[in-house]
Design a protein around this ligand. Sequence first.
Ligand code: SF4
Length: 65
Amino acid sequence: MNENKNQCMFTLGCPVYKHFSSEGIKRLFILQYCESDFVRCERFILKMAGKEVPEKLLPNGDTLE
Ligand code: SF4
């Protein structure tokens, strides 16, 4: 599906995407995490550890309102 090795394998349908009210902020997170440094994403870290990932948890560890 993706040929970019810097892209997170969970990008398609990552549950947090639908909760952003601002497309601009969503895009920023995608650029900073999903399409580059996804190993730092708190969602990714929890998922890879087999833990439950709260829907509104942001890559930086904050939670969306
Ligand atoms: S938010 Fe995290 S888990 Fe979701 S696609 Fe982006 S990097 Fe992957």
